[in-house]
Design a protein around this ligand. Structure first.
Ligand code: TYD
Ligand code: MG
Length: 436
């Protein structure tokens, strides 16, 4: 096998690296790729000749039930659609330090026989982590290597059935068939293809770790997303211990589920009852505080929004938003000023979602406005009130995604007054009724 550089824009092939593609003039579009030599081509041809390729009719395809292997981590099973499937390739992407290695070691602990391949950490480091997690399991085997071909060679000698192979991480893997450095687009793609082939041939699920930067653009996860069956994205702030695992692609399940975890001293803990997680104190009942229901996947989570409104001494008042989009806050402030007559232009405004949650869910608009109005008039909202709704530029309350479910969940969680687009048309009326 030989390597060549192929332009991703026009497909022109070069034998050596060039900064620019001469054919289409695009810069940095060349990606190193393996090329099959003449000898290998004829071999492939003769193999194909004897292949048992056949045409199947859609209606006669046999559908076998998918057998799933539970990972014993309830939140992980939830987003996988019940567990791992034979030959499944899963990409777990996230920023460094978010908890990927921790979760995979915990997963390995509950499977029959796993091989954990680490190109990043030494076996000692993994053993130290395992000790911290209280894991001492003979079913977990370690390989320290970064050479994907060597790894696959070694795996082919294992005759007992493996439950899973973990690759930590794809950015450290490389093949000597390519000259590029580990982590380059060509290497990441080629290594992933080889691992995919292994998974499909042997039926062993392969879980691949991929790092992303804050911008989420590093070569890796975005290149890999097309190759793998399932893409799980780890989200969270390293300062808070909340971790959300989101499914972005899943050939064996839905993509609207999320897994919610907290990072504890001894590993990740599944949070099955996350509904009241951020409202342990009860929330509400004080000026500036309002409660709403956030939707994560198909699950409702109660959140408290807190606002502080203080007279400003600055020419341009401060608008500080934590957890919500600051331009959305600007818009809501304009609506409150113009449509509800609340003079916020002479005030510094601070808004925060308690618990370090970040969201772009517009269903929180109404609660943010009520929290601001409550802070402005220094009057508390009723304690058992939650508000759900998007606020439009005309000051109207609009219906939000899955509103009925949120209202139902709000009632189930013990809230007696629920303000939404169903009973109220305009923000002004709601402020008048509950605050002024
Ligand atoms: P790690 O799994 O190494 O992250 P990743 O593989 O995504 O880079 O997790 C690293 C962080 O998690 C580290 O800052 C320490 C913290 N941590 C805990 O809080 N509790 C634990 O039990 C473990 C193992 C790690
Ligand atoms: Mg790691």
């Amino acid at each position: 096998m030989k390597s060549s550089f192929v332009c991703q824009q026009c497909g022109t092939e070069y034998s050596k690296w060039m900064g620019k593609c001469n054919a289409c003039n695009s810069w940095n579009s060349l990606v190193e790729t393996t090329r099959i030599t003449k000898n290998q081509k004829s071999k492939v041809k003769s193999q194909n000749h004897s292949s048992k390729l056949e045409i199947q009719n859609l209606t006669t395809v046999k559908i076998s039930t998918i057998e799933r292997m539970s990972t014993n981590i309830s939140e992980l099973d939830r987003i996988l659609g019940g567990g791992l499937v034979r030959g499944q390739v899963v990409l777990i992407a996230g920023e460094p330090g978010i908890g990927k290695s921790t979760m995979l070691l915990q997963m390995a602990n509950s499977l029959q026989a796993t091989v954990y391949i680490s190109g990043e950490e030494s076996a000692t480091q993994i053993a130290i982590r395992a000790k911290r997690l209280g894991i001492n399991n003979k079913n977990i085997n370690l390989i320290e290597s970064t050479d994907v071909d060597e790894i696959l060679q070694l795996l082919s000698t294992v005759d007992c059935g493996l439950s899973a192979v973990i690759i930590d991480s794809i950015q450290t893997m490389s093949t000597s068939d390519l000259t590029g450095l580990a982590g380059s687009v060509g290497q990441v793609r080629e290594c992933a293809f080889r691992l995919l082939r292994y998974a499909k041939e042997t039926g062993v699920p392969v879980i691949i770790v991929g790092h992303v930067t804050k911008e989420g653009t590093v070569a890796g996860p975005s290149v890999l997303a097309h190759i793998v069956d399932t893409v799980l994205w780890f989200e969270g702030e390293r300062i808070t211990n909340l971790r959300i695992l989101r499914s972005r692609k899943n050939r064996f399940g839905t993509t609207d589920e999320v897994g919610i975890f907290s990072m504890e001293e001894n590993g990740l803990k599944s949070l099955e009852n996350a509904e009241k997680l951020f409202l342990e104190t009860g929330g509400g009942g004080t000026p500036g505080s309002s409660i709403s229901l956030l939707l994560e996947g198909t699950r409702s989570i109660l959140v408290e929004i807190q606002s502080l409104v203080v007279p400003t001494k600055l020419a341009f008042p401060r608008r500080v938003a934590q957890g919500i989009d600051s331009s959305r806050l600007e818009m809501l402030l304009a609506v409150l000023t113009r449509r509800c007559g609340i003079k916020l232009y002479e005030m510094d405004v601070f808004v925060n979602i308690v618990g370090g949650i970040k969201t772009k869910d517009t269903g929180l608009d109404l609660a943010i406005c009520l929290s601001l109005a409550s802070a402005f008039y220094d009057k508390a909202l009723p304690k058992k009130l939650i508000s759900i709704g998007e606020v439009g530029l005309l000051g109207e309350i609009r219906k939000v995604n899955m509103e009925d479910k949120r209202v139902k969940d709000g009632k189930r969680l013990g809230f007696t007054q629920i303000v939404s687009s169903k009973g109220s048309k305009f923000l002004k009326e709601v402020i008048k009724e509950y605050i002024k």
